[in-house]
Design a binder for this molecule. Sequence first.
Ligand SMILES: Nc1ncnc2c1ncn2[C@@H]1O[C@H](COP(=O)(O)OP(=O)(O)O)[C@@H](O)[C@H]1O
Ligand SMILES: [Mg+2]
Length: 361
Amino acid sequence: MTDHPAAPAAGKAPAGGPAEGALLSVRGVDVGYRTGRRTRVTAVRDVSFDLYPGQSMALVGESGCGKTTLGLGLLRLLPRTGVVSSGEILFRRKDGRLVDVRTLAREDLRRFRWNEAAMVFQGAMNAFNPVLRIEDHFLDTFRAHEGGRRRPRKEILEQSADLLTTVRLDPARVLGSFPHELSGGMRQRALIALALALKPQLLILDEPTTALDILTQRSIVERLAELRDELRFAMVFITHDLGLAAELADRVGTMYAGRMIETGTTRDIFYRARHPYTSALINSVPPVAGDLTVPQSLPGGPPSLTALPPGCSFAPRCAHAVDACSHTRPTLDVLRTRTEGLSHAAACLRTHELLEGATRD
Ligand SMILES: Nc1ncnc2c1ncn2[C@@H]1O[C@H](COP(=O)(O)OP(=O)(O)O)[C@@H](O)[C@H]1O
Ligand SMILES: [Mg+2]
């Protein structure tokens, strides 16, 4: 884990201040990676959204669209070559103060992580230290992040056992084990328990169940949904599995080539998607059961970040593209206003036309 001193905010003005009552207000965030001495690619561009306490947002999109980069950037967990180069990440701390995560000093950032926001990555094997038992991970986490009195080992282990029980693990089996002695599903559950240890208000999960079999995925996602309802943490759930997104999220943000190109409630996205890319993603989900029709797939792949088309990044693959799409970049326009960050917005020049077509048909 590395962190960076906050770079001076430069470039465009963020879209307004923090939203009233929001836990997290992301404003005009760009994230870049240094790829050579003088070269940098921008992997996330001008992303803005609000997340309210207890809300869960799924970030969906094909591989390479910037989902992980955004998640890492929000908690300043980017690798050394990555940097949040523009925008604001406004977070309402437990004490009620609003901070820009970009400006947190090192010590404050350490307190912020785990205590207020935690991240669970795909493949828990890499997140655990292979030479430490699970109990040592809990001891280290509590001791490193709890201020004040150093609590006795026994007390921390009892609390750790309770946490493991909440994710349906047997503490007697798990606490004394090394990471490699657990199955992938057990490790992923243990990691979720660890992330919840200090009761963060925000949990970012990056493809947390991708490597697991369907049944294990389902049971972990169900448990996560229950825990969210009990503990009221907000969640950013990164996935390329729209089925899981539908199960867990109140709202969905579609990312393409580093931009958020559609956002709305889960119902908006699944029943009234207004961006052809979101629709294509939904249509490319293979049926879980039933007839063996070939799913409508999405030909090609996202464009290279170093050679983005001047207009809409999706235009070269879009079945609805017209001339204007290749030179005019659409803005993320609100189609239906709702409170608490739940408005439906899409970045497509043809949204209204396609919408009229759809209602006429
Ligand atoms: N460390 C890195 N250095 C340079 N480019 C990177 C790095 N990590 C990711 N990228 C690039 O950033 C883009 C977004 O990647 P990522 O955030 O991993 O997307 P996703 O999570 O949606 O699959 C990709 O084009 C990827 O190649
Ligand atoms: Mg990723």
